[in-house]
Design a protein around this ligand. Structure first.
Ligand code: F6R
Length: 612
């Protein structure tokens, strides 16, 4: 949550900062601010409540602000309501220190009390103001340089942070520090950049440094120096980011979400091809040799939100193909319930950002018990990717829309590849079946294309339900797992209350809520469960529900029991989630558009959830 940026170099900083922040708005957008210093002159702090465009207007797109050194922030409120006062940057009383921060300081109250005793006053409700003033306090008390002052602060604070700090006495320099919050530093000839995520600097450079936990850096004169807590220099090399700048632009689509839905066939192909070599799935590059796979006897999958829904699909697919028990856990629950794990356990963490706090803590928890960990992650070099024993990178590229689509789809493909290969290695399927599954996976991109080509029908249906208040999604088996994702897509971007239920569970309570006109979306892609789900549909229809069925071509008799039907192509049933989810993504999208909602930035949400 929250995005930070910084620039020091040869150009005017403000337009670069604003442009960088626009690429990070998905991380938070309830207020924004920048500070820019023009040489020795006083730093100018400008903040605005609401979306970034308010700040851009206030500064004439940054053109009114002069100076070549600055930092900026886009906020997702944690401590203190969204307001101009609480917006970052925060300043010490005499403007000696100015800072932006992403993360949460846990012992803020104790630090605030200490600073009040030392004569500091506070104007905001934020933990970041406390952090800023603590740096100022150590800087003055010990009469040390910025690195030492920040190091003393880091030793004193508990929590998570990526901070960028400017000091009055060092007008053309930016200092940063990191613990558990994402941060990258980029460099080109004479210019230095910092950002919470790659898209913010991609236009300027692909050469980045990853700063490790409890490290600091000094950006100055076109170079970046890294330090550990003792103030010793830490040598580092740059890494080249392969994502191209265009991948982080809308490319003619009205919203990132629609663009990302359209990218799914391509990124599925690319993700699968990363492990598909000479007609076989090869997981050796991600460290999964046949010997390791043979020893895996149970799997625990840990994730949050949509990634958790991928885990739900994975549970059905892996258990059915590999015949090992799979447990799926919400990361936020997993880490606090003292999980029973040992060296025999195999824990798969799924995360687009690789920075989700709960999932990150789950990796540490699993490792502390001696379990082996595999991360399925999209962002290269992210914290979860770095901590897990092995990483399967999904090649979805930058996902900008807050509601995930293409990363979810890429995660599914990773799961299919793992399940199919595990099944082969463990002797659960013969070569013919193995080749059949691979071929089915290879057909998914063109089938998704076909669904997207028919998107106008979904739009037509969605327009009929833009005033819906409650929607139910029902399905059985993998269809239930798909419904969980369809329901989340609907509620998070169209603000319509929706629930996903295992169809057989309806009669145990939720059916009491069914009344005239309620939309029930049913998913029927599993042949053995088809009739059972139809029975549940009939039950709700007789109580007044309006039915939309998502099923495969050929099941035309479903029209007798449904008001609307969306047909999708057939594939092997284990992989149907990849197809059935697409109409649900489109349904959520079109409902959102028809209600005039900012699809890519739904309220109260942030793309990367780096708080508990
Ligand atoms: C929903 C969505 C979220 C994320 C969740 C986990 O559309 O995007 O539910 O799936 O916050 O995020 P990652 O995958 O980054 O760990």
């Amino acid at each position: 949550m929250c995005g930070i940026v910084g620039y020091v170099g040869r150009e005017q900083a403000a337009p670069i900062l604003l442009e960088g922040l626009s690429k990070l708005e998905y991380r938070g957008y309830d207020s924004a601010g920048i500070v820019v210093r023009d040489g020795e002159k006083k730093a100018e702090v400008i903040k605005a409540k609401g979306k970034l465009e308010n700040l851009s207007e206030k500064t004439n797109n940054g053109l009114d602000i002069k100076g070549k050194c600055g930092i900026g922030h886009t906020r997702w409120a944690t401590h203190g309501e969204p307001s101009e006062l609480n917006a970052h940057p925060h300043v010490s009383d005499d403007m000696n220190v100015v800072a932006v921060h992403n993360g949460i300081i846990e012992n803020y109250q104790e630090l605030k009390d200490k600073l009040i005793r030392k004569g500091y006053e506070f104007y905001s409700q934020t933990d970041t103001e406390i952090l800023t003033k603590l740096v100022d306090y150590y800087y003055k008390k010990y009469k040390v340089g910025p690195i030492d002052a920040i190091a003393k602060t880091m030793v004193r604070v508990r929590g998570t942070y990526a901070i960028a700090v400017m000091f009055k006495d060092y007008p053309n320099e930016i200092y940063v520090a990191r613990k558990d919050s994402p941060l990258i530093l980029g460099i080109t000839d004479g210019d230095c950049y910092l950002a919470s995520d790659v898209p913010a600097i991609l236009k300027h450079t692909r050469n980045v440094y990853y700063i490790d936990n409890l490290e600091m850096a000094r950006m100055h004169d076109g170079q970046i120096d890294f330090y550990n807590l003792d103030g010793d220099i830490v040598p580092k090399d740059t890494v080249e980011i392969k994502w191209d700048a265009e991948a982080a632009e809308k490319g003619g689509y009205e919203h990132f979400m629609m663009k990302e839905i359209h990218e799914q066939p391509r990124i599925i192909t690319e993700t699968f091809n990363s492990v598909y070599k000479n007609g076989k799935i090869d997981l050796s590059e991600i460290g999964l040799t046949d010997d390791i796979i043979k020893n895996i006897s149970k799997v625990t999958i840990v994730a949050c939100g949509s990634a958790y829904h991928v885990g739900m699909v994975a549970q059905y697919v892996i258990e059915d193909l590999v015949r090992v028990p799979v447990r799926v856990e919400l990361a936020s629950e997993f880490r606090y319930r003292s999980p029973i794990l040992s060296e025999d356990d195999y824990v798969i963490l799924i995360s687009q950002s690789g920075e989700t706090e709960d999932t990150k803590k789950a990796v540490s928890e699993a490792k502390a018990h001696g379990a082996k960990t595999l991360a399925i992650v999209n962002v290269v070099g992210s914290s979860i990717a770095r901590e897990a024993d092995n990483v399967f990178y999904t090649l979805a590229g930058p996902e900008i829309s807050v509601a995930t689509t293409k990363a979810y789809s890429a995660q599914l493909i990773a799961v299919y590849a793992i399940a199919t290969e595990f099944a082969r290695v463990k002797g659960k399927i013969d070569e013919e079946k193995y080749n059949y599954y691979i071929n089915e996976i290879l057909t998914l991109p063109s089938k998704i294309e076909k669904i997207i080509e028919n998107k106008e029908r979904i739009q037509w249906i969605a327009n009929k339900f833009s005033s819906a208040k409650d929607v139910f999604f029902i399905g059985r088996g993998i269809d239930y797992a798909i419904c969980l994702e369809g329901s989340l897509k609907m509620k998070e971007i169209s603000y319509i209350h929706s629930e996903a239920y295992a169809a057989g569970e309806l009669k145990h309570g939720p059916i009491a809520l069914i009344e005239d006109g309620i939309l029930v979306i049913s998913c029927l892609t599993q042949e053995d469960l088809f009739e059972k789900t139809v029975s549940n549909m009939v039950e709700v229809k007789s109580r007044g529900a309006v039915l939309l069925a998502v099923t495969t071509y050929g099941h035309y008799n479903i029209e007798d029991n449904s008001n609307y039907v969306t047909y999708i192509p057939k594939t092997d049933e284990h992989f149907m989630a990849s197809l059935a989810v697409v109409p649900m993504q489109l349904m959520g999208y079109y409902l959102s558009v028809s209600k005039g909602i900012d699809v890519d930035k739904p309220k109260n949400l942030a793309k990367s959830v780096t708080v508990e």
